[in-house]
Design a protein around this ligand. Structure first.
Ligand SMILES: NC(=O)c1ccc[n+]([C@@H]2O[C@H](COP(=O)([O-])OP(=O)(O)OC[C@H]3O[C@@H](n4cnc5c(N)ncnc54)[C@H](O)[C@@H]3O)[C@@H](O)[C@H]2O)c1
Length: 430
């Protein structure tokens, strides 16, 4: 059993803390947001992540998982501290490390003995050195080793991804420190890859950039499919069964969003430019993704003529299904474009309605998909929640003023939609 501090009670920090506690460790989570910590002490989460609340509760009740806003409580006696704070887009596209710096400085000020600091946040190459320097400055007395341990979990399946990872990446320049972190992951029986610090930091950016590139690739193919009358969904299926290619991240649609891909691709491109390399492919990935965002609006205009005065409904608001995360959600951009063109916009999301409303008060958030379809001139499938696949489509059509569906995630069958009398537009399938 290790005594562990986890800094940051967000998607990554809380999942890490709850899972490490579930593996039998004693974990204390520290966050500067008092409201979040107050709620967590009552085993309530400030975000939606399937199954996480139960794990938090189970380990909280067993006394293995504690929450605090006081650094001295979290750090005292901890042999390992994970830093899992946000690293948002900063100036020039590079990651902003203010939260990382502040977390490291706060840990340093409250150290009572040697410690291993584990960077779980996605950080630019060299951040391990940067964190070491912060410790040198604030606490030169105790030995501090910095380890990189990038996280690959996906929101919506965070518990599964943490407990059954494809691999665990540990980067360190000190073997003993790497051993300590590797030991925490041994019960997961996953391959543990040990690299130096820079390589581990790079694995995370390269992985996210590659996944984003696959999405932009299939979106580019979908643009070509529309022109030559091929079906991008079938093309992806035909490609994906090739073992060298694989089926994942090959869904044409309105592009990637969320708290990771947009900022991480941009950050990697900025790092490359700083080191005098122009990353042609990364720039193309971003440009294609930007264009996909406006595609839904173009398709609506094609179907409706003008957008002014039209009622448009959005199915799904979160950046992807099974989360309430609205960071870089395509829904916000689409809604803003439509509002700017004089349309009225309403929407529904099984989990993110409140968050969406807080970010865009002009958005009329409704209680379900049928309420969104009521008197709508068109609906757009923005987020592919399963419940939208199960809708009674005939009922949906009856509710709408005009039966226009722009399926930004290709969840419906074009032939069936046309049979039902919809004017249907998918992505890359005419
Ligand atoms: N969300 C994901 O799916 C995901 C997946 C893999 C990696 N990551 C990376 O993990 C990191 C964290 O992402 P997230 O989505 O969990 O972020 P988040 O915004 O959900 O959580 C960050 C938390 O850190 C807290 N915090 C900020 N400064 C602090 C400080 N000085 N001391 C204590 N707490 C502080 C915030 O209050 C917040 O609760 C990012 O670098 C992100 O890129 C995220």
């Amino acid at each position: 059993m290790s005594h562990i501090a986890v800094v940051g009670a967000g998607y990554v920090g809380l999942t890490t803390a709850a899972c490490l506690a579930d593996l039998g460790n004693e974990v204390c989570v520290i966050d500067i947001d008092e409201a979040k910590i107050r709620a967590l002490r009552r085993h309530r989460l400030h975000f939606y992540e399937p199954g996480l609340q139960e794990v938090v509760k189970r380990n909280g009740m067993a006394g293995r998982l504690n929450f605090t806003t006081v650094y001295s409580e979290a750090v005292a006696g901890a042999g390992i501290a994970f830093i899992a704070v946000a690293t948002p887009e900063g100036e020039g596209g590079e990651a902003n490390l203010d939260h990382v710096r502040s977390a490291a400085a706060s840990i340093a000020e409250h150290l009572t003995g040697p410690i291993v600091i584990v960077n779980k946040s996605t950080v630019p190459i060299g951040t391990g050195d940067f964190v070491s320097e912060v410790f040198q400055k604030h606490q030169p007395h105790f030995r501090v080793d910095v380890v990189s341990n990038p996280e690959f979990l996906r929101e919506g399946s965070a518990l599964h991804d943490f407990m059954k990872p494809d691999r665990v990446v540990i980067g360190a320049n000190n073997e003993a420190a790497a051993d300590q972190v590797a030991k925490l992951y041994e019960p997961l029986n996953a391959p543990i890859l040990r690299y130096n610090l820079y390589t581990a930091e790079m694995v995370k950016y390269a992985s996210n950039a590659f996944l984003a590139a696959r999405i932009s690739f299939i979106n580019e193919i979908s643009r070509i499919c529309e022109r030559v009358d091929a079906d991008a969904k079938r093309v992806a299926e035909g490609m994906g069964l090739d073992k060298r290619i694989g089926p994942h991240f090959l869904e044409a649609g309105i592009g990637y969003g969320g708290s990771c891909f947009p900022k991480d691709v941009k950050a990697l491109a900025a790092i490359a430019e700083r080191f005098n390399y122009h990353p042609e492919l990364l720039h193309a990935v971003m440009a294609i993704n930007r264009d996909q965002r406006t595609l839904a609006v173009e398709k609506l205009r094609e179907c409706l003529g003008t957008l002014r005065g039209q009622s448009i409904g959005l199915f799904g608001l979160a950046f992807k299904p099974n989360t309430d995360d609205m960071r870089e959600a395509p829904s916000l951009e689409i809604a803003k474009l439509l509002l700017a063109k004089g349309a009225k916009v309403c929407g529904y999301d099984p989990a993110a309605g409140e968050r969406a409303k807080a970010l865009l008060p002009e958005l009329d958030v409704r209680r379900d998909a049928y309420a969104v379809a009521r008197d709508a001139d068109a609906v757009v499938v923005v987020t592919e929640w399963n419940e939208f696949r199960q809708l009674d489509l005939a009922k949906l059509k009856r509710a709408m003023r005009r039966p226009v569906v722009v399926d930004g995630r290709n969840i419906y069958d074009p032939a069936q939609m046309r049979r039902l009398g919809f004017v249907y537009r998918g992505i890359g399938r005419n």
